[in-house]
Design a protein around this ligand. Sequence first.
Ligand code: UDP
Ligand code: MG
Length: 322
Amino acid sequence: MKAKIKLSLVVPCYNEEDNVELFFEEVKKCFQEKMESYEFVFVNDGSKDQTMKKLRKIYGENTQDHIKIIGFSRNFGKEAAIYAGMKQAVGEYTTVIDADLQQRPEVVLSMVEILDKEEAYDCVAAFQDKRKEGKVLSFFKKAFYKIINLVADTRFVSGASDFRTFRSNMREAILSMSEYHRFSKGIFSWVGFETKYIPYDVQERNAGTSKWSFRKLYKYAIDGIVSFSIAPLKLAMYVGTLAAFLAVVYMFLVVLQKMILGIDVPGHATVVTLILFMGGVQLFFLGVLGEYISKMYIQVKNRPIYLTRETYGIDDKEEADT
Ligand code: UDP
Ligand code: MG
């Protein structure tokens, strides 16, 4: 019989060799006497450094603690890692937290306290109070939230991260969404439930570098919009309707010019411009279609979200059905 666990910490790790041990120690220090029972669910997302070795070491040396480790066969991305970790989490509450100590365990304690006290909430999410990043990046991130909130039915809170603690009912709801393209910001809000947002200070990364480049963020933003909105598909219809309407108006104009004023319309430049413009618009929307179709294509193949190479502290039976 497994002891009842109060809190599961789901920790995605990708190239965090210099962080995992410190993270583990810091959490233990912080939770000491404050948290009845908790477990670590580390997910090594195909790290290319010594992260797995360090995790194995933690597992071997701390037999008193509840530790689960899932090692992926390659890098599947943070979203897949969160999904895999949540699948193994058994706690009454589950927290998703980064391994780089940018998110302090003290905040987790206050999240748990809120859930303990306030029955009305199922989830406590932390959002960045002050963004610690460049102006340009900050501008694009804000623009992204504006756009996605305009086009998606789901609400997206600016600055809210994956750093959150939720009850097991919400965990089950999230796990029931087994889509391949996992945009967790969207999934968290799509499932609903009452979420309380609390501000938190993002710390500097302990060691290593962020895995986000501008290109990756751009792709991530497009993925988010495509996954949670079909507005871009409808846009083609509106633009098409508008173009057709303008064409008819222009046609009447030309005919009237010719019949009433007798002006010949030398349309060469206009024709070239219009052909190029309409060609561009059509190609653009073909691209939009392509985004959706490619996502459908991958989803229809029904490939697993992740593949496991090795696990520690996990019953084989549980892992077998992934
Ligand atoms: N991460 C992961 N797989 C990836 C990229 C990142 O599991 O492909 C993990 C990473 O180890 C960290 C968390 O996701 O624990 C957040 O990544 P990062 O610190 O690079 O993002 P940032 O904090 O800059 O948003
Ligand atoms: Mg980080």
